[in-house]
Design a protein around this ligand. Structure first.
Ligand code: CO
Length: 241
């Protein structure tokens, strides 16, 4: 095993060369400022990298990632990223993008406990346990798909409840929240909704518990790529566009 990472540094040089071959000013422009329009809140999973799956260049998306893309309102990291993105960069869209087969959600569905990770995953675990009868009536693969989707629904709601987002909406800032899910198996993102652009849209949103209880097929098994949770009854103003 090599002690150094020269192969990675070599790849970096090759990448930078390729970037400037057709656009010699690329990195000088980057240095001057960053003006991304999007904040991506995603999972740390190595297969779900925001710039790659969106086909975006450096500078185009501001990124926060953690295990299972959870919005903990006591997490100084996500709050700092969110505040900077909304108040300083003035992004217009905040995207919570989870993914199917998320290891964090697999863990939350298991009965194993005691790792640090289980503290982190507690909101998902609590949702699962609260509705365990509903989830356990599903086939295992459907249960996992649904909890991956519902976790995103939950995190969009938690995001919309943060004072950072509330204050932005209250002062009339244009800011849209999105809930997306990525399928590692085909590389495609599905739009789960809800789309939230104001305090009133947030307040009119269907409660998460109702989403859990509504009969629903996981989006990946029903439609692709854009659809909505709860068959579109979530009140989130879903729009495939
Ligand atoms: Co994951």
């Amino acid at each position: 095993m090599s002690r150094t990472l020269d192969h990675l540094l070599d790849r970096n040089v090759a990448w930078a060369d390729a970037k400037t071959r057709h656009d010699p000013e690329f990195f000088r422009r980057m240095e001057a400022q960053q003006t991304p329009h999007y904040l991506w809140i995603g999972c740390s999973d190595s297969r779900v990298t925001a710039n790659d799956v969106l086909g975006l260049d450096p500078g185009e998306v501001f990124v926060h990632r953690n295990i299972a893309n959870i919005v903990h309102t006591s997490d100084l990291n996500i709050l700092s990223v969110l505040a900077f993105a909304v108040e300083h960069l003035r992004v217009q869209h905040v995207i919570v993008c989870g993914h199917y087969n998320c290891g964090g959600i697999v863990r939350a569905l298991s009965d194993e406990r005691g790792a640090m990770l289980d503290h982190w995953l507690q909101p998902v675990t609590v949702l699962y346990r609260k509705h365990r009868a509903v989830f356990d009536a599903m086939a295992p693969h459907v249960r996992l798909d649904r909890l991956c989707e519902l976790n995103i629904e939950m995190q969009v709601r938690r995001l919309a409840a943060t004072p950072i987002i509330e204050n932005a909406w209250a002062r009339g800032q244009e800011l849209h929240l999105h809930g997306w899910i990525y399928a590692i198996g085909d590389g495609l993102i599905r739009d789960l909704g809800p789309h939230l652009s104001s305090i009133s849209e947030r307040d009119n949103l269907r409660a998460l518990d109702e989403c859990v209880l509504a009969p629903s097929t996981p989006v990946i098994r029903a439609h692709r790529p854009a659809a909505s949770c709860c068959g579109g009854q979530c009140g989130g103003g879903h729009d495939a566009g």
